[in-house]
Design a protein around this ligand. Structure first.
Ligand SMILES: [Fe+2]
Length: 257
């Protein structure tokens, strides 16, 4: 990609960090960089996930650890954010550092495959967690506006979407995520079922709503009954934040089509 075509940093964070680098590389234009106030709580959390020198950093939880009780308990939130998410941040920075050492000839180039896998795993884990905290909140409600309209158009109804998403979450083999994603090439919302943090991702797709179904996300409270955790999740979706993010992302990628 020609660097003179790089969009502003805000949009790089909003789009490139979530899988749209492939689109940028194909010289497909975005509409406009995010304006102040656009993107809402999700963009704010993503921007807080990158430091001044582009190193990855742990963003703060946007609410108190007990804010989602009784659906998600404070101990789980604290461990999940302070230990698990922090480990992905460290892993992402370590992988970048090790790949730089390989380029500098300080580390055997035979390790490229191993560190590339670690880079994909940890960057994906970091970004998805930063997204997850912000798409949760103590007040849920229901989708409204453009998002509600498009969910109905692409899934039949909001309820049909929830059923599809819940099944994807419940059926992840081992650790993974259910992800509602905007696929800008076809202007369509899709549900992805991702293993670990990166397996079964679809290029070009931008997360809109994500649910972590790794055991560390629910085991203290729900033990082995993941389905109950998935059911409780719908009580703590911050639909306002999700709707704001969706309208911003859809607007920025509309010229792709
Ligand atoms: Fe997690």
């Amino acid at each position: 990609m020609n660097e003179t075509n790089l969009p502003r940093r805000d949009l790089v964070i909003a789009a490139g960090g979530l899988g749209l680098t492939a689109l940028a590389g194909a010289n497909l234009a975005f509409a406009q960089p995010a304006k102040a106030g656009e993107g809402g709580a999700i963009l704010k959390s993503l921007k807080a996930s990158v430091g001044a020198n582009r190193e990855y950093v742990l963003p703060p939880l946007p609410y108190a650890p007990n804010a989602l009780e009784p659906h998600i308990d404070a101990e789980t939130m604290t461990l999940h954010h302070d230990k698990h998410h922090a480990a992905y941040v460290k892993g992402a920075n370590d992988a970048l550092g090790k790949l730089a050492e390989i380029r500098a000839g300080k580390v055997d180039a035979g390790q490229v495959t191993d560190w590339s896998e670690k880079l994909a795993f940890n960057v994906s884990g970091h970004i998805l967690h930063a997204f997850f905290w912000a798409n949760l909140g103590p007040k849920s409600g229901e989708p409204t506006g453009e998002l509600a309209k498009d969910l109905a158009a692409d899934f039949g109804s909001v309820e049909a979407f929830k059923t599809h998403f819940s099944a994807a979450a419940a059926q992840v083999q081992g650790n993974g995520w259910a992800i509602l994603a905007w696929e800008p090439i076809s202007s369509r919302l899709i549900v992805l079922q991702v293993r670990n943090h990166q397996i079964n991702a679809a290029w070009s797709s931008v997360p809109i709503l994500v649910l972590d179904v790794w055991e560390h996300a629910y085991y203290l409270k729900y033990r082995n009954v993941r389905a109950d955790y998935v059911k409780a999740f719908w009580n703590v979706v911050n639909w306002h934040a999700v709707g704001e993010w969706y309208e911003t992302m859809k607007g920025h990628t509309s010229q792709v089509k």
